[in-house]
Design a protein around this ligand. Structure first.
Ligand code: ATP
Length: 257
């Protein structure tokens, strides 16, 4: 092996050590009907990857397949170097197991317990005996939670609920964070506040973040890479800057042109 080969091999190994999620030719769907086809996707430590596409493109299905909640019909999913087999992760208990293994999934409906206070919801995300993110740090990322900690989650505004869902997901220091439709029902000004927080979480904790988001220019401004899904297939995969420079591709992805 030449010196250059050795350096390249070392670089490849270092890159792979940072690989948190790898989808290889993933096909997944419901009741034997595939809705995502041949999806390749990677997320590395400290990276924010935006998963984009029109309603029904298959973004939620892709995240659910990664969490093992939708059957994988072909291809492979590797999370933190382990293959995900859907049959072993079909229950709520299995989702908690996944969380303990370092993957946190913020679903579209945010998954909060509305009758519990914000503080109690946060407590549920805290790892038992583990190394939780201190509350002061959480409140630095999500300052609006400071004044609502004693309020029931069901009484919070949409923005506060989303902040709480994100705080609960990150309190256990996930290695990989999956966030579905973060801005659903939120005013754009809240989205503008929250996206840089996700960037900061990736930068400061080294977590890899896979983010489904409809505010395309806003998310491309904070993401490292992006994948565009159209009718269940990846029509673009590259850096966020490359996609930001191709509004035609984004438009085609969303308008079906
Ligand atoms: P949205 O932004 O509307 O959530 P999406 O890109 O996340 O869109 P998915 O929710 O993954 O899209 O849906 C992809 C396809 O799978 C759609 O055609 C949808 O109707 C179908 N689908 C979603 N959930 C189910 C389900 N539980 N059973 C059967 N088909 C489903």
């Amino acid at each position: 092996m030449t010196g250059l080969d050795a350096t390249l091999a070392e670089a490849a190994e270092a890159t792979d050590a940072n690989l948190l999620l790898r989808l290889d030719d993933l096909t997944a769907g419901y009741d034997g009907v595939a809705v995502v086809h041949g999806v390749d996707l990677e997320v590395r430590a400290g990276e924010v990857v935006a998963l984009l596409g029109a309603n029904g493109a298959g973004k939620t299905t892709t995240l659910l397949a990664i969490s093992g909640l939708v059957p994988r019909m072909g291809g492979s999913i590797e999370v933190l170097g382990q293959a995900v087999h859907e049959r072993r992760r079909r229950s709520v208990a299995d989702v908690w197991r996944l969380a303990r293994s370092g993957v946190a999934h913020v679903p579209e409906d945010r998954g909060l317990f509305f009758d519990l206070t914000a503080a109690e919801n946060l407590r549920l995300g805290r790892p038992k005996g583990g190394d939780a993110v201190p509350e002061a740090q959480l409140l630095e990322w999500f300052p609006a939670l400071t004044r609502v900690m004693d309020r029931k989650a069901g009484l919070l505004s949409g923005g506060e609920q989303q902040m709480l869902a994100l705080a609960r997901a990150v309190v256990g220091r996930p290695t990989l964070l999956l966030v579905d439709e973060m801005s659903l029902g939120l005013a754009p000004i809240i989205v503008e506040q929250l996206l840089p927080v996700l960037r900061a979480i990736a930068d400061e904790t080294g977590a890899g973040i896979l983010l489904v988001e409809q505010h395309v220019p806003l998310v491309l401004a904070i993401a490292d890479r992006a994948a565009l899904l159209r009718q269940g297939r990846v029509t673009f995969s590259g850096t966020a800057d490359e996609l930001a420079a191709r509004p035609d591709l984004v438009e085609a992805g969303y308008l079906g042109a």
